[in-house]
Design a protein around this ligand. Structure first.
Ligand SMILES: C[S@@+](CC[C@H](N)C(=O)[O-])C[C@H]1O[C@@H](n2cnc3c(N)ncnc32)[C@H](O)[C@@H]1O
Length: 207
């Protein structure tokens, strides 16, 4: 496990200890916004897909529940740096051959898709350049661990200045879009038209 993320791990473990396995327990305002993020991240999936997904930063497994309702044939591996999150996910959802949870900072094998909701937001004390370096490294890993593509979201630099918080990171949608387009694939979608202070990028490796 990367020790450079230890403080982030402690931040999230404290959240689930305080609130339990609900949206607030993974630092989201409410379940409606959490589900809207999942809708955006899943826009490339077709309903009867049997692809498998690595949920990067799975928390207590809310996306697993979301997928089993909408894409019931997909395989799922949730990974999270927080042991408390993984324990909560296993306790509420259980594990099967097609549903696993790992305490890890990356999947143990490639998946068709890697999806990450909310892992680039909390940077705590890090300055912009070092946190952007962490984001770039993780996106490289998402690319390396996916065969069909990957998707992630981030808080947007277009957020109102008076609402921004120092311990959060607000990414440039243009810069991340350009990086994905030039580095990973020609088939990149930027979604920045929904009612949250963030955006979603989907990288597909074929059209
Ligand atoms: C904002 S929460 C979102 C949880 C879940 N994706 C959801 O939307 O319900 C972010 C989660 O990602 C985990 N996390 C943060 N950075 C990570 C990383 N680099 N690798 C794996 N897990 C990470 C945290 O422990 C936390 O549980």
């Amino acid at each position: 496990m990367k020790s450079e993320l230890d403080d982030i791990e402690r931040y999230y473990s404290a959240k689930i200890a305080e609130h339990g396995p609900v949206a607030r327990g993974v630092d989201w305002k409410d379940e409606a916004s959490q589900t809207l993020r999942f809708d955006k991240l899943s826009a490339a999936f077709i309903p009867d897909s049997t692809d498998d997904v690595a949920d990067w930063g799975c928390g207590y497994g809310a996306y697993c529940g979301y997928l089993s309702g909408r894409f019931p044939r997909m395989g799922y591996t949730g990974i999270d740096i927080s042991a408390e999150m993984v324990e909560a996910a296993r306790a509420s959802l259980g594990e099967t051959e097609r549903r696993r949870f790992l305490q890890a900072d990356r999947p143990d094998r490639p998946h068709d898709w890697c999806v990450a909701s909310g892992i680039f937001n909390v940077r705590l004390e890090r300055d912009d350049a070092s946190w952007l370096g962490v984001i770039h490294d993780i996106i490289d890993l998402m690319d390396a661990h996916s065969t069909k593509g990957f998707a992630f979201n981030a808080l947007t630099s277009y957020s109102d200045a008076d609402k921004q918080r120092d311990y959060l990171y607000y990414a440039s949608p243009e810069d991340l879009f350009a990086r994905c387009k030039s580095r990973y694939s020609r088939f990149v979608t930027l979604l920045h038209d929904y009612d949250l202070y963030e955006f979603t990028i989907i990288v597909r490796k074929s059209p």
